[in-house]
Design a protein around this ligand. Structure first.
Ligand SMILES: *[C@@H]1O[C@H](CO)[C@@H](O)[C@H](O)[C@H]1NC(C)=O
Length: 96
């Protein structure tokens, strides 16, 4: 996870696995763990289905630290795919 303006590393995310043979849907299990910035040490847990190339809405199911018992959702979109097999750049907006 990279902050847009300075490209400073803010934390780590999770994993995606294929969830459909036909439409490229993914099941994603993300735990955004912040390692810098005002939320250093806190995390946000996301779970949900996503289809690359669309605006992806996924639920925030919980969190730790500043985000303990968090509820909400994220809207995200792919902004670049330098190597679609291993590297995607995504932009996330989180509503918590
Ligand atoms: C983030 O928090 C950890 C644990 O408290 C600390 O060791 C680390 O230095 C912090 N990172 C930054 C960039 O402040």
């Amino acid at each position: 996870m990279v902050e847009d303006h300075s490209r400073r590393l803010l934390g780590r995310a999770g994993l995606s696995v294929g969830a459909s043979l036909s439409d490229g849907a993914l099941l994603t299990v993300f735990d955004f763990v912040f390692t810098d910035g005002p939320y250093n040490g806190s995390s946000l847990a996301l779970l949900g289905r996503a289809v690359l190339g669309t605006v992806m809405e996924r639920p925030i199911v919980s969190g730790t630290g500043a985000f303990r018992m968090a509820r909400g959702y994220t809207l995200s979109k792919m902004v670049a795919s330098p190597d679609p097999n291993s590297l995607l750049v995504l932009e996330y907006d989180a509503y918590i």
